[in-house]
Design a protein. Structure first.
Length: 154
């Protein structure tokens, strides 16, 4: 019985590793970003909240150490109107982290304290955008936190 439990645990860990690899290889790809666009627009706590403040921006997502973002979204009045693989768009926001941290934040909802800690410790970096101003405004900070939960749905 003990050997069977060990095999099952080992097998489940292997499945988790395989799933993480698949998620990380797709993360911020053109297809992934288009799915993110749909999820974003379907979430009233994100698109609806940002629509109320007429938020418009081009946001890049990528990995630490890369020369450029991997994916981007264009937000107009809270709704994502364009999304895909990054192709030189001028970014208002450019967020970077390593694949392991992105995976962690997408699998477990990131709160305000977790976000602050990620930025303070350097796990998340903003190559463009004013993080300090954003977190001081709950009308922006709350939807920003919600965007991580929405990413986890993709």
């Amino acid at each position: 019985m003990l050997a069977l439990k060990a095999y099952i645990i080992k097998n489940n860990k292997l499945k988790i590793i395989i799933n993480r690899y698949k998620i990380m290889s797709d993360l911020f790809s053109d297809e992934w970003m288009k799915k993110f666009q749909q999820e974003w627009n379907d979430e009233p706590e994100l698109a609806g909240a940002l629509e109320k403040i007429e938020f418009s921006s081009v946001i890049g997502y990528g990995f630490k150490g890369d020369d450029k973002a991997t994916g981007y979204i264009t937000v107009e009045n809270g709704k994502v109107t364009d999304a895909g693989a990054f192709d030189g768009q001028e970014l208002n926001w450019d967020m970077r982290a390593d694949a392991g941290n992105w995976g962690k934040w997408l699998s477990k909802e990131l709160g305000m304290a977790g976000l602050g800690m990620a930025v303070t410790t350097g796990k998340m970096k903003f190559n463009a955008g004013d993080f300090k101003a954003m977190v001081k405004d709950p009308r922006m900070a709350t939807p920003f936190i919600k965007s991580f939960a929405v990413m986890g749905k993709v």
